[in-house]
Write a protein that binds this ligand. Sequence first.
Ligand code: GDP
Ligand code: MG
Length: 303
Amino acid sequence: MVCMSGFKSGFVAIVGRPNVGKSTLLNAVVGEKIAIVSTKPQTTRSRITGIKTTADAQLIFMDTPGMMRPRSALNRHMVQIVHEAYQHVDVILLVTEGKGADQIEAQIEKDNLLLEHLKEAHTPVFLVINKVDLIDKRQILPMIEAYQARYLFAEYVPLSALKRVNVDELVQTTIKYLPEGPRYFPTDQLTDQPERFLIAELIREQIFTRTEQEVPYQTAVFVEQLEDTENRLLRVEATIFVERDSQKGILIGKHGSRLKQIGQLARQEIERRLHTRVYLGLWVKVRRDWSENEQLIRDMGYV
Ligand code: GDP
Ligand code: MG
């Protein structure tokens, strides 16, 4: 985790009906190579689908649970999960397609379920009008007005994901809504296990805030196990590596009190981010010179 003053980071959900161009938009924003295509079946927790890093910000795109499901599958419990997910991202991008005046009302009807959900969110929502390459530009304003009558969006962004028109403007506008925060992921290298990486960083973040200066810089966190279990419980086992016995003592604290506190706060943060209940097992090990141990660093995703 790299903390720089003025740097912003946050979590962005892309939602919308099938075929409006969500995947194309994600690829246009983060680039084909680093848009993470998950082949895993969708679960009830959120997954990271892509990461965009600029000079002054990092956007972490999340695939929030339940979003692609038809209404019939949205039972009460699912609706609850969706609402939780909406609360805990920093920006929601509602993607829809540009349409001619005669088709706008019919399309708003189709988006209505999502619009109803969004009313519950206390998170800024942008209306992203995609595929504007297919319509007459004069149709954009009436479309914005028709949507505005149903829902007051924070921003209205017409673009073409396919032709890459106005995509960078969307990124810049999104950054305005992000809080100051760390660069969770390295700029160029991208791990194929972003959730593991994020969890390790969230644990490190708590170590930073709970211990004296000298300890954190010589600390590495390695998520050894990450497993979805029944009842929306994500099981995480992680090891904190330090270089000296004295650091281990500081981290663990009296009767384990500091480690317990770090674990609790990190768990809450992971739950908030991945929208699921978490069991977090934390271990502290002394591994001398870990920072010079290439294989370990590689395993942890730093290289
Ligand atoms: P998703 O289901 O929301 O993820 O939609 P996709 O990204 O898979 O896109 C659905 C279809 O719309 C594909 O054939 C895309 O090529 C097409 N598409 C996406 N964005 C645009 C756009 O800006 N303009 C045009 N003309 N087609 C687009
Ligand atoms: Mg898609």
